[in-house]
Design a binder for this molecule. Sequence first.
Ligand code: HEC
Length: 174
Amino acid sequence: MKRIAFLLIAIAVACLVAFTAPASGHADGEAAPIFGIKIPSGYRDWKLISVAHEAGNNNDIRAVLGNDAAIKAYREQKLPFPDGTIIARLAWRYVPSEENNKVFGRAQSFVAGPPVNIQLMAKDSSKWAATGGWGFAQFDKDGKPNLPEASLKTCFPCHEPSKAGDFVFTHYAP
Ligand code: HEC
């Protein structure tokens, strides 16, 4: 009986490790410069806003995810986004899938390859009033901040053309 109980506990622990490790991503690491934003815990489980593919030098495929505040604002079509909104943009290399192509019998399949980086936009209208209420951050594939202050200063100016969308480009994919 004792042995069975021990076995059950061991299995439970193993499952916990197996299921929590990949999903938790790189949360609670180092803060990125200027805005001091860290990767929020649980971001990898956030809901999908949309996807995008950038060709050219980026050559990536990206998912844009939102925390609950972001998703609620999108679904209710309410702008500006409320304080507490966080939008995460995850990018992976855009690679052909030999495995899938073999099944299709021709070269047509592209999938997410190795991770590239994570970008975040977080809303706090008083703290970050000078940048439209948004703080910006970028992290490498291992969750480490990987941009100096000078580069982070280029985020907001490039998002400014989307002022009508509260400086966010991505539309909610129904
Ligand atoms: C050259 C202009 C440009 C710069 C610089 C830029 N962005 Fe963006 N960003 C865009 C465009 C356009 C999109 C939408 C298309 C896409 O996802 O590729 C976008 C999308 C995003 C998104 C998804 C939400 C949205 O607005 O659609 C986040 C988050 C984001 N950028 C964060 C950042 C951060 C952080 C930086 C600075 C490190 C940054 N961006 C710099 C143009 C830019």
